[in-house]
Design a protein. Structure first.
Length: 468
């Protein structure tokens, strides 16, 4: 796995649980039996902290760092044998090619213990970030761990959810340390993670465009080191992952594959290109429409409203053609650093100097600072099984003229929402329906009457539908 990731240019950070052991008994994967406080070949009761009751008082440092987190046996990380064993485990991962570690429950381990363990690594400079959920009045604070590595800033995710849910994006103009968050160079940030998405405190894939646009903002905004959580569907707090450990493909068997969504994946290059560049050319409408540049390297627009946005934007980008990595359409920036574009409801636009052409996708510059692509942007929420795909067809020749064989396939990158942009002249009225095709060619039409729509005078129509 590590080799495959490295070949694709992806580094591997292992989520390492070194604060505690399992509060259970049974048989391990290698066949040995274990029980709480007794893990043959690794640890025994003598290697656990003296406190065998749960953590109950977060205002008491000793209680937090020596008692049991939700009843899990707490390892005595001040003990030489335990430190040596943990370091050996981490060094084994490094020998497999792992590039760094995310330390689970770090606030429950004294920082001095972590520093000692880290010093024993064969690569003490390996990336190191720590789960230290901070709260006012607690005895253990995230700032204590700056000397060891990065610290996960949970407040970042909580603030993003509040703003995208109930407040105005215009407020994000000074988002970061001015909001009381950790120093940018120490903060590991995220929109959601494997823990918080189940508790309601952060945005999740179930929040639709708010979730996607929050990722666009996170990857465009120069604060912290961002994480993108790529997970699976869940129906309740304790729902597990797809069974049997088999991953047939993204968007099947419950896998969400957020890392591959076009809106998110396209922002990785944006962030890398903009690294080190300051925020410039900020614009907002006082509400949920914002835009900002990253010096002369990049520019992003976010329209978190229920209607389209058409505007001429002023940037610091060099003149020329660019590819909007959100839509795949071409955009031309004129000699004054301006371009005109229309964004559909709850969509974004992102340009950077590392993406000057769209590689044959729809669009292209018109020479006057605008986009040439006009037509309909189809979005349909449709659940499928392995081998099934969603298509659209309609009474217009560009939509296949009601012929399922000529229907247009939608992109599942944001599954269960399937997307497709179709070029149609401004003012075009049309009827359409979605169809589902199985791997064996079986065609299923959605139920109900024909859908109707018309491309407006602005030349861009956003359709947000649900399979019926």
């Amino acid at each position: 796995m590590v080799g495959t990731c490295h070949a694709a240019g992806v580094k591997v950070v292992a989520d390492s649980v070194i604060n505690h052991m399992a509060d259970a008994s049974g048989t391990g994967t290698a066949g040995s039996s274990f029980s709480k406080y007794d893990y043959p070949g690794t640890y025994s009761a003598a290697d656990m902290d003296d406190c065998t009751s749960p953590v109950t008082n977060y205002a008491d440092r000793w209680n937090v760092q020596h008692c049991e987190l939700v009843g899990l046996p707490d390892l005595d990380t001040g003990e030489e044998y335990v430190r040596r064993t943990i370091a050996g485990y981490l060094n084994d991962l490094l020998s497999l090619g792992v590039d760094g570690f995310r330390i689970d429950a770090a606030k429950h381990i004294p920082e001095a213990d972590l520093a000692d363990i880290k010093s024993r690594l064969t690569d003490p400079g390996a990336y190191w970030k720590q789960e230290t959920i901070g709260a006012a009045g607690e005895a253990v604070q995230p700032s204590e761990y700056y000397g060891t590595g990065d610290v996960q800033e949970f407040g970042y995710a909580y603030d993003l959810k509040r703003v995208f849910d109930n407040e105005n994006l215009a407020e994000l103009k000074n988002f970061g340390t001015a909001w009381g968050l950790l120093p940018s160079d120490k903060a590991a940030v995220f929109v959601t993670n494997h823990d918080t998405e189940r508790g309601g405190g952060t945005l999740t894939y179930k929040d639709g465009a708010r979730y996607t646009l929050a990722h666009v903002f996170m990857l465009a905004w120069p604060y912290g080191s961002p994480d993108v959580h790529s997970g699976f569907e869940f129906s309740d707090k304790d729902a597990g992952g797809p069974r049997d450990g088999q991953v047939n493909a993204c968007y099947t068997d419950g896998w969400k594959c957020q890392h591959a969504w076009r809106e998110i994946a396209g922002m990785v290059g944006f962030r890398n290109t903009a690294a080190g560049a300051p925020v410039t050319d900020w614009w907002d409408d006082g509400g949920n429409r914002i835009a900002f540049g990253r010096g002369d390297k990049a520019y992003v627009v976010i329209n978190h409203e229920g209607s389209a946005l058409t505007r001429t934007f002023r940037t610091s980008l060099p003149a020329g053609d660019y590819c909007d990595v959100q839509s795949g359409r071409g955009v031309t920036v004129d000699s004054a650093g301006q371009f005109t574009a229309t964004l559909g409801a709850d969509t974004a636009l992102a340009l950077h100097t590392g993406a000057r052409t769209c590689g044959g996708s729809a669009g292209g510059g018109d020479g006057d600072g605008g986009t040439t692509a006009t037509g309909a942007s189809f979005h349909v929420d449709a659940t499928t099984r392995w081998g099934q795909n969603i298509y659209v067809t309609g009474d217009n020749a560009a939509l296949g003229g009601w012929d399922p064989a000529r229907a247009l396939k939608l992109d599942p990158a944001a599954y269960p929402v399937w997307k497709l942009d179709v070029a149609l002249p401004a003012g075009t009225a049309f009827r359409y329906k979605y169809v589902r095709k199985d791997a064996d060619g079986l065609v299923t039409w959605e139920s109900g009457a024909d859908r109707t729509a018309a491309v407006g005078p602005t030349g861009l129509l956003a359709l947000n539908d649900t399979w019926r």
